[in-house]
Write a protein that binds this ligand. Structure first.
Ligand SMILES: [Zn+2]
Length: 247
């Protein structure tokens, strides 16, 4: 089974407040115009290919749009997706719900009621998730799932990893609560780790144009992206080694 999953974060909103405001976050905030152009090209691409993106589950040849963090621009994003008949996966870090720049509870419920999938992006979005103890990881997933399910009155079965740092305990603790685990590695073929399905995603940043997204859909540069990712992970590991445990 093959699929493509695009990993987005936020749009640049008029007030400039949506999502996290730390330095690196700005490189993941697309202008609304660029985002609309990308979605339009996705729509045209899948209209001509055997792809589809209107399903609420992962299936062969599916194109998935995913959005991390739960910034307040998510409802604008949902409007744009829906205008092309698409649904999205919205992953929420629950300790930020209702804070300045983030969705509140009724807005999260609205996303769900409009047919989108709401998942967990941990509770507190730890900067280095892989450095947490097993119990703290469990706590992050469980708390977030409980909060989302109390808002939605619906079972939340998908999560995405904050920070993108793949880690065995991160996956196995998520497997205690969820069925689908979205990571930031550029895989296009899902695989099981224990009882949880691991789904790779290709990250889209503000400098990426619709042409880049089309290349992703056509699987161009996937090997190059994989190599870049491996190098990034090595650098991150080296950097974290000198920082000590997060918790
Ligand atoms: Zn995040």
């Amino acid at each position: 089974m093959y699929y493509r999953a695009l990993l987005y974060h936020d749009l640049v909103d008029p007030l400039g407040i949506s999502g996290f405001s730390r330095d690196q976050a700005s490189s993941y905030k697309l202008t609304k115009e660029n985002f609309i152009r990308q979605i339009k090209y996705c729509f045209e691409f899948i209209s001509n290919e055997s792809f589809h993106s209107r399903l609420r589950y992962v299936e062969d040849n599916n194109l998935l749009f995913t959005f991390d963090d739960g910034g307040s621009s998510m409802l604008d994003i949902a409007d744009i997706l829906e205008s092309f008949g698409f649904y999205g996966y919205f992953f929420i870090s629950t300790s930020f719900i209702g804070k300045n720049g983030f969705l509140n509870k009724p807005q999260i419920k609205e996303l769900h009621d409009r047919g989108h999938i709401v998942g967990s992006h941990s509770h507190s979005h730890p900067h280095i998730f892989s450095k947490l103890s097993f119990d703290k990881m469990k706590h992050e997933w469980e708390t977030s799932k409980d909060i989302l399910e109390s808002i939605l009155s619906y079972e939340v079965d998908s999560c995405s990893l904050p920070g993108g740092e793949m880690n065995k305990n991160g996956i196995s603790t998520a497997g205690l609560f969820f069925k689908n685990f979205f990571c930031s590695e550029p895989y296009i073929r899902p695989y099981y780790s224990g009882n949880i399905l691991i789904l790779g995603r290709i990250s889209i940043q503000k400098q990426h144009s619709h042409k880049y997204v089309l290349d992703v859909l056509k699987s161009r540069f996937l090997i190059k992206q994989r190599i870049i990712r491996i190098f990034k992970n090595i650098i991150k590991k080296f950097y974290y080694l000198n920082k000590g445990p997060y918790d």
